[in-house]
Ligand binder design. Structure first.
Ligand code: IVH
Length: 673
C-alpha cells in the first residue's frame, strides 16, 4: 500500500504497534496463562486499535486482533475438502492391548523398537487450521474425514489460536490440527445460563463444544469461551525431512500455538504405560476432560512406513482410561429394531449422572447379554461409559434384588410389526425378517436421507414416519417422485416447507457416488468403505457387476463385506430401487471434474529458476490441481513462464517469443493463494 501523507504513516505505525502488543498479550493471557497487564489495559488498547481502524478502514487486515469476531451470522457452512484425510485413532483399553499395539508397530518396522510421543487425549472436537505464508486462511471441522465444514469465523473467535505466526514455517502452506474443547467450569456456567433461559442443556463439555462450533453466529461462539489445543502439523514431504512428532510439538510451541505442556517422549512401551497410569490418576486435576492418552511413533519417516488403514493410522493409538461407573435402577427393557432387522434390547434407567452426562438409557447388546447378567426389571445395576459414547450395563447388585423379581423373557415377536423374530444358528441377535417391517423401512429411509449419506435437509424421522403412514414412500427410490401437493397437509408442513423438502430431495440427486453407496445401507459398508468402493469402481453399475473374488481382492474390503455387497445386488427389490433412482436422475457415477471447469484449464506453464514458497514439484502440483499443464521447454504454445531468481535460457526464450512472464508473487496471485 502506498501511504500518501505523513499523518497516515503515523496512524499506520501506531496501528501496527498496537497489533503487535495485543498479539503478545493475547498469547501471554490465553496460551501461557501469565498476563502481564490488567484486563482494563488490554481492553483500552483494543478500543484504541478499533477506533483507528474505523477511521482508516483501508488499514484493516484479516489478521488484526480486532477481526476475531466480525461479520454477520452465516446461513450455512461451506464444505472444505481436506488435502489429507483427517483420520481417527484406533483405541486400546488395557495394558495388554497397548503392548499388542506396540508389538504390531515393531513388527511393521522390522523388529526395531522406536521412540513414542505420549500426549493427553483431549475430549473435544477435531479441527484443521490452514495457514498460508504464516497467515490463518481457513479452519474446518473434521466432517467425514475427507470433507468438513468451513468454520473459520467461529475458530477466529478462539483467542489462543494465532491469526498469524512469525517464526519460519517448514512450508509456505501448512495445516495445524488440534482439538477445540470447553473447560468443565465454563461448561457448567453455560448450562446454568441455559437453564435460566429455558434452553435445553448440553449433556457434556464435548457436546457443548460441538454445538457451539456449529452455531452460525460467531458472536455467540465468542461468548462461549472455547479453548483449543494443537497436536499436529501437516505439510508436504514432512516425512522426508527428518521431522518428528516431538519436533512438530516444539515448533507449534515456538510459533505460539496453544498446546498442552504435558507431552513426553518415551523410549519404549512400558514408559508409555507409566505415562498412562499417571494421567489415569491425575486426570481430575485438569480443568478439562481427557479420555485417555495418545501414543504416536515419534519419527515421521517411520510413521510413513507404517501407513494407515482406511480409518486410522497404524503409527498411533488412543490408550483410553478405564471407564467410569455409576449405580442406578433398571426401569424397563425396550426393543429397538434396526435397519437390518436386528433387534437390540435397550435398558431404560432411572436417570443418573455418569462422567459428566445424565444417563437414562443404556445398551444391552443382545439377549445373551441379558441372560449373562441375569438382568431383571427393577434391579439395581451398574453402568459404565467405556470407549463408546453409549453407556452399557455391566453388572447387577444382587444384594438389592427384590425377592419377587423374575428372569427377563425376551419377546419372540417384532415389537414393530408383530412377525416372529428369527435367531439364525450361531448368531447372537434376533432379527425381524419381514422386509416390509415398518421399523426397518423407517430406519432405512432415515439412513438414506441422513447427513453423511444423501444429506437431505428437512427429511428427518418425523416426516419419514408420516410419509410411510400416508403410503407415499416405501423405499428410498420413492423420495425422488414426491411432489409438493401431498406433503402440504402433513403434520408440521405447509406449502413453503413442502417445497423446500422437494427441492432438497432434488438437490441430493448429485451427491458423490460414495454417499449414494453408503446411503443404500448395504450391510457392513460404512462411509469409509463406500469411499473406497466408489473410487475403485467409479459407478454403481460397475460395483453391481463386481464378482466376489474381485471385491475380496480390494485391500480394505473383508470377506463379510464382499459377500453382503454381492447379496445386496442380487436381491430384486434392491435392483428395483436402483432403477427408480436412475430414472429419477440420481447420479450413479463418480463425478469427474471436467478439466474445462478448473481455473487454469488448458493453460501450459513452464517453470524456471527457483521459487521461495514452493519446490518445482509443489508448484507443478498446484498448477495441475487447477487444470493446467507443465511443460519442460518454452514454445509458442506456452501460456505462462514462471521465473524465479536464477532463471536462464528459458526466460530469454520467453522474452524473445513475447510470452507473459510471471514472478513468484504474480504466480501466487494467479493460483488464488
Ligand atoms: S492425533 C491421525 N492427538 O482424538 C491422528 N488426536 O480419533 C489424528 N485427539 O477427535 C489424531 N487429543 O482430534 C491426536 N493428542 C491428540 C489428541 C487427539 C485428542 C482427538 C482427535 C480426534 C480423536 C481421534
Amino acid at each position: 500500500m502506498t501511504i500518501k501523507d505523513a499523518s497516515a504513516q503515523t496512524v499506520l505505525d501506531r496501528i501496527e504497534t498496537l497489533r503487535r502488543e495485543l498479539r503478545r498479550h493475547e498469547y501471554l493471557y490465553y496460551v501461557l496463562n501469565q498476563p502481564e497487564i490488567p484486563d482494563e489495559a488490554f481492553d483500552e488498547m483494543m478500543r484504541e486499535l478499533d477506533r483507528l481502524e474505523r477511521e482508516r478502514p483501508e488499514f484493516i487486515t484479516p489478521d488484526s486482533p480486532t477481526q476475531r469476531v466480525g461479520g454477520q451470522p452465516s446461513v450455512e457452512f461451506q464444505p472444505v475438502r481436506h488435502p489429507v484425510a483427517m483420520l481417527s485413532l484406533s483405541n486400546v483399553y488395557s495394558e495388554e492391548e497397548f503392548f499388542e499395539f506396540d508389538r504390531r508397530v515393531r513388527e511393521g518396522l522390522g523388529g526395531a523398537a522406536c521412540r513414542y510421543v505420549c500426549e493427553l487425549k483431549f475430549d473435544g472436537i477435531a479441527v484443521d487450521l490452514r495457514y498460508e505464508g504464516g497467515q490463518f486462511v481457513r479452519g474446518a471441522t473434521r466432517g467425514d474425514g475427507e470433507t468438513g465444514d468451513d468454520i473459520s469465523a467461529n475458530l477466529k473467535t478462539i483467542r489462543s489460536l494465532p491469526l498469524r505466526f512469525t517464526v519460519p514455517g517448514p512450508s509456505p502452506v501448512l495445516h495445524v490440527r488440534g482439538e477445540v474443547y470447553m473447560e468443565r467450569a465454563d461448561f457448567e456456567r453455560l448450562n446454568v445460563e441455559r437453564a435460566a433461559e429455558g434452553n435445553p442443556l448440553f449433556a457434556n463439555p464435548r457436546n457443548a463444544t460441538g454445538g457451539t462450533l456449529k452455531n452460525l453466529d460467531p458472536r455467540v461462539v465468542a461468548a462461549r469461551r472455547l479453548k483449543a489445543t494443537c497436536y499436529g502439523l501437516w505439510f508436504e514431504d514432512a516425512h522426508r525431512n527428518g521431522w518428528t512428532q516431538s519436533r512438530i510439538l516444539s515448533w507449534l510451541e515456538e510459533a505460539r500455538f496453544p498446546l498442552s505442556s504435558h507431552w513426553q517422549v518415551v523410549d519404549n512401551a512400558s514408559q508409555a504405560v507409566e505415562y498412562w497410569a499417571k494421567w489415569s490418576r491425575r486426570r481430575h486435576e485438569l480443568p478439562y476432560d481427557i479420555d485417555g492418552i495418545v501414543v504416536k511413533v515419534d519419527d515421521l519417516a517411520l510413521q510413513q512406513r507404517l501407513g494407515a488403514t482406511a480409518k486410522s493410522p497404524r503409527w498411533a493409538t488412543a490408550f483410553k482410561f478405564k471407564a467410569e461407573r455409576a449405580a442406578t435402577r433398571l426401569v424397563d427393557i425396550v426393543l429397538q429394531v434396526g435397519r437390518t432387522g436386528a433387534v437390540t434390547p435397550v435398558a431404560e434407567l432411572e436417570p443418573v449422572l455418569l462422567a459428566g452426562s445424565r444417563i437414562k438409557r443404556a445398551t444391552l447388546h443382545n439377549e445373551d447379554e441379558i441372560r449373562r447378567l441375569d438382568l431383571r426389571l427393577g434391579d439395581c445395576v451398574y453402568i459404565e461409559k467405556g470407549g463408546d459414547v453409549i453407556p452399557k450395563v455391566v453388572s447387577v447388585n444382587l444384594e438389592e434384588r427384590r425377592e419377587d423379581s423374575a428372569p427377563y423373557v425376551m419377546p419372540d415377536h417384532c415389537p414393530a410389526c408383530g412377525s416372529p423374530l428369527v435367531r439364525p444358528e450361531g448368531e447372537v441377535v434376533r432379527r425381524c425378517v419381514n422386509l416390509s417391517c415398518p421399523a426397518q423401512v423407517q430406519r432405512n429411509l432415515e439412513h438414506f436421507a441422513a447427513r453423511g449419506a444423501m444429506d437431505i435437509e428437512g427429511l428427518g424421522s418425523k416426516l419419514i414416519v408420516q410419509l410411510i403412514r400416508a403410503g407415499l414412500v416405501r423405499d428410498p427410490g420413492d423420495f425422488y417422485y414426491l411432489t409438493v401437493e401431498p406433503l402440504v397437509p402433513l403434520e408440521r408442513m405447509a406449502q413453503k416447507s413442502a417445497e423446500n423438502v422437494v427441492q432438497a430431495i432434488a438437490r441430493s440427486k448429485s451427491r458423490p457416488l460414495d454417499r449414494l453407496i453408503f446411503a443404500l445401507g448395504i450391510r457392513h459398508v460404512g462411509a469409509g468403505a463406500a469411499r473406497i468402493l466408489a473410487r475403485h469402481y467409479g459407478s454403481l453399475d460397475a460395483l453391481r457387476a463386481a464378482p466376489l473374488e474381485e471385491l475380496q481382492a480390494i485391500h480394505e474390503i473383508g470377506p463379510a463385506m464382499a459377500q453382503s455387497i454381492r447379496d445386496f445386488f442380487l436381491a430384486p427389490e434392491n435392483l428395483e430401487i436402483i432403477e427408480k433412482l436412475r430414472r429419477a436422475g440420481v447420479r450413479l457415477e463418480e463425478e469427474r471434474q471436467t478439466a474445462r471447469e478448473l481455473p487454469l484449464a488448458g493453460k501450459t506453464f513452464v517453470l524456471t529458476g527457483t521459487l521461495e514458497r514452493f519446490t518445482r514439484e509443489q508448484a507443478g502440483e498446484r498448477i495441475r490441481e487447477r487444470g493446467g499443464q507443465v511443460a519442460a521447454s518454452v514454445s509458442a504454445k506456452t501460456d505462462y513462464v514462471i521465473a524465479g531468481p536464477g532463471a536462464g535460457s528459458k526466460l530469454e526464450r520467453a522474452r524473445t517469443l513475447g510470452l507473459p512472464v510471471l514472478d513468484e508473487a504474480d504466480f501466487i496471485r494467479l493460483l488464488g493463494l
